[in-house]
Ligand binder design. Structure first.
Ligand SMILES: [Zn+2]
Length: 496
């Protein structure tokens, strides 16, 4: 008797996620798994994918969707890119302890109607009860943990405070978190010494959980910061992920060649060190954070915001002054009759952490150098918020495939796909994900390799990419013929 399948996707170019060259064939789905692949004989509804490619669903290793998965559970901005798994909790901003996490995330979700939860176990259970359209893997956030244990204290923790932080970290790892993140430019993470982070990261030794860091400095102290990050991994004996790897500020352009060498040297010593990247020359974060860096005498000359000219700072989300959105700080300063620094201060006084800006700080050559390196994965760093978010929120993955892969030939499509599927699934211990293979979960994206491209821009960021045809999450279609169907088959993914 012929095998019976729920769906057979026929005649696609199969990119299996390992980096191997594509081959023509069929992929059959039964329940939540890939049941067969290659030349599939069997019965079931079939769709013809001739001329299209099929790949494992993309894994966004660098997201900030901890609360968005409840507020906008269809997660259209991600699944319409082909993303089937989000790794949330980056840059020290985690989902628990709840009060501290909620206080931070309130800044970019103006009316966060979300369930409450107790600890990371509670967060996983909330995801189980209210699934999103995509899967969610979870990093614990050092900033949230520290804020909960000791407020915004600008000092090392006491013995009791450190014990509390270790307890929360252990709770997260035991609940299934894939690692611990830090944001060492932000409050309160910037007040943590290296030793504090080593102590916390040690809670993960032997578990496979990863230390992921938005490093202390991505500008003129980039190399010191990479050294610190690698040291934490070595002393705590845990794998390391360098977040959104870049050299920020024109005076530092080109330094990524040296920082990549540090990664190579650590790997040659046997350490597991990798990085992630979004494919743009602008970053995005809160204006308040950049003002704090400037105020603390951080990188940059006097009167400038951390070395960034005011014309290169674009206001993206200003909840109480939406009229400011889309204008740069130079224009706003003229409008307000203030110096750029004064204008930035006034906006932060009025908006707190809610004012998010886009900063043109990177060199395109550096972006390409980092992307060409075999240790770089793809992570959007998208900030789900109002106003005009950085276009990476909507366009990151198709941009890597279409622009950097197909159009510029910077890396082969199979290699680009590996960096967003099999490679992150291995690093973050997402079992049976990130690969097209019989028995693996049916997280799949069917796309047109000839047309795939991002269309989101800084002026008009809420635009879906072109070329994504079908997306399946745990065997269920979420995007069919380019349209989100509202299904929410995502799962909370526990490590391993
Ligand atoms: Zn970050």
């Amino acid at each position: 008797m012929a095998d019976q399948f729920d769906l057979i996707i026929r005649n696609a170019a199969i990119y299996d996620g390992t980096g191997a060259a594509p081959f023509a064939g069929d992929v059959a789905i039964r329940d939540d798994r890939i049941a067969a692949m290659g030349t599939v004989t069997g019965a079931g509804r079939a769709i013809d994918a001739r001329g299209l490619a099929i790949a494992p669903g993309f894994i966004d290793v660098h997201s900030h969707d901890d609360f968005a998965v409840f507020i906008e559970p269809e997660m259209d901005f991600k699944v319409m890119q082909g993303v089937t798994t989000d790794v949330v909790g980056n840059c020290g901003l985690g989902a628990a302890p709840y009060a501290a996490a909620h206080a931070v995330f309130r800044a970019f979700h103006s009316d966060p109607k979300v369930p409450t939860w107790e600890g990371y176990r509670g967060y996983f259970e909330a995801l189980d009860r209210e699934p999103a359209s995509l899967n969610v893997a979870v990093l614990a956030g050092h900033g949230s943990i520290r804020l909960s244990a000791m407020g915004n204290a600008k000092r090392a923790p006491s013995g009791d405070e450190l014990a509390a932080m270790r307890g929360t970290t252990r709770e997260a790892i035991e609940a299934g978190a894939v690692g611990l993140s830090t944001g060492l430019i932000y409050e309160p993470g910037r007040y943590a010494r290296t030793e504090e982070i080593i102590e916390l990261a040690r809670e993960m030794a032997g578990t496979g959980a990863v230390y992921a860091s938005h490093m202390r400095n991505e500008a003129n102290q980039l190399l010191d910061s990479v050294h610190e990050t690698i040291r934490i991994g070595a002393e705590a004996e845990v794998p390391v992920q360098i977040s959104h790897h870049k050299a920020s500020g024109q005076g530092n352009w080109g330094r990524v060649r040296d920082s990549l060498k540090l990664i190579e040297q650590a790997r040659a010593r046997g350490q597991d060190v990798t990085a992630d990247q979004y494919p743009y020359t602008s970053g995005s974060t809160s204006l308040a954070a950049v003002l704090q860096i400037a105020a603390s005498g951080g990188h940059g000359s006097e009167g400038e915001l951390a070395g960034i000219g005011p014309e290169k700072i674009l206001l993206a989300s200003v909840p109480h002054h939406p009229g400011y959105e889309g204008r740069n700080l130079k224009q706003l300063a003229l409008m307000l009759g203030l110096e750029p620094m004064g204008a930035a201060r006034r906006i932060v006084e009025e908006e707190g952490n809610g004012a998010i800006a886009v900063f043109e700080v990177m060199d395109e050559t550096d972006v390409r150098t980092v992307m060409s390196h075999p240790t770089t994965m793809i992570g959007s760093d998208g900030l789900p918020m109002g106003g005009k978010p950085h276009p990476r929120l909507y366009g990151c993955f198709p941009r890597v495939l279409g622009r950097y892969g197909r159009d510029l030939g910077l890396l082969k499509i199979e290699e680009a796909i590996h960096r967003m599927t099999g490679m992150p699934a291995g690093k973050f211990r997402l079992a049976d994900r990130g690969v097209v293979r019989a028995g693996a979960f049916a997280d799949l994206v069917v796309f047109d390799p000839a047309t795939i491209i991002d269309t989101a821009t800084y002026d008009d960021p809420r635009r879906y990419p072109k070329g994504i045809v079908h997306v399946f999450v745990n065997g269920t279609a979420v995007v069919s013929d380019g349209k989100h169907n509202g299904a929410r088959p995502g799962r909370a993914l526990r490590r391993g």
